[in-house]
Design a protein around this ligand. Structure first.
Ligand code: SIN
Ligand code: FE2
Length: 218
């Protein structure tokens, strides 16, 4: 059914696609439920410690592979040493659908096999500075799903963390895909608009972002 409804997909930068309202409310609720379960274990959600001693303002839990600055491992050696939860097949299928939605290439979408998801929770004060997703050994697109409070998402260039960049708003249910020439573009979340989410998603406050990635690791 959804394939018949044209969506206002926008190419924010070459290969970077924003599809507002891609997830139904029911799908958002299911994702919130799954993320809530992952947040409790086997590796609990936490503020990631940075090498210089700070902590990230977002709280993160991973599935498939565990990310810590700046590498992926199977076990969460900076948390409790346990192996992270398996990356579920339904998430592979979701990643493929997102790829198809963004690029419209059935062959490429079928070959797209994400194997890790970073689940980030932003409370009202949390932000994410400009960075590149470059710990993956793959140039496959990064698929991002947002639930809860609306944020400002900044999509920059591949050279510097400063201008030129484009600011867009990511709202609950939005899909964003960072691929092609923008795969290694700097990006970040300078602001979250507190209290803008719909509690019917199952998230009473804050913003949940799920990025599904291909690590290229075995
Ligand atoms: C990220 O860059 O990994 C997260 C982006 C977001 O929260 O939208
Ligand atoms: Fe990122």
């Amino acid at each position: 059914m959804s394939a018949l409804i044209p969506r206002p997909a926008m190419e924010v930068a070459p290969g970077a696609w924003h599809v507002p309202g891609w997830l139904t409310l029911a799908q958002q609720r299911e994702l919130v439920t799954a993320c809530r379960a992952w947040a409790t274990g086997p590796v609990p959600i936490r503020h990631t410690r940075l090498p210089r001693g700070g902590v990230m303002s977002v709280q993160t839990v991973c599935v498939g592979w565990h990310w810590q600055p700046y590498r992926y491992t199977r076990t969460a050696d900076d948390v409790n040493g346990r192996r992270v939860a398996e990356f579920p097949d339904w998430m592979v299928r979701l990643g493929r659908r997102a790829h198809l939605e963004a690029y419209g290439d059935e062959h490429a979408a079928r070959d797209h096999t994400p194997d890790t998801a970073l689940i980030n929770f932003y409370d009202g004060q949390a932000r994410m500075g400009m960075h590149q997703d470059k710990d993956e050994r793959s140039s496959a697109p990064v698929v991002s799903l947002s639930i809860g409070d609306t944020c400002v998402f900044r999509v920059g260039n591949t050279e510097t963390r400063s201008k030129p960049y484009t600011d867009i708003e990511l709202s609950s249910g939005d899909l964003f895909v960072l691929g092609g020439p923008s795969r290694f573009a700097f990006h970040g979340v300078p602001k979250v608009y507190e209290g803008t989410g719909d509690p019917a998603t199952g998230l009473s406050s804050g913003r949940l972002n799920i990025t599904m990635r291909v690590t290229g690791l075995t």
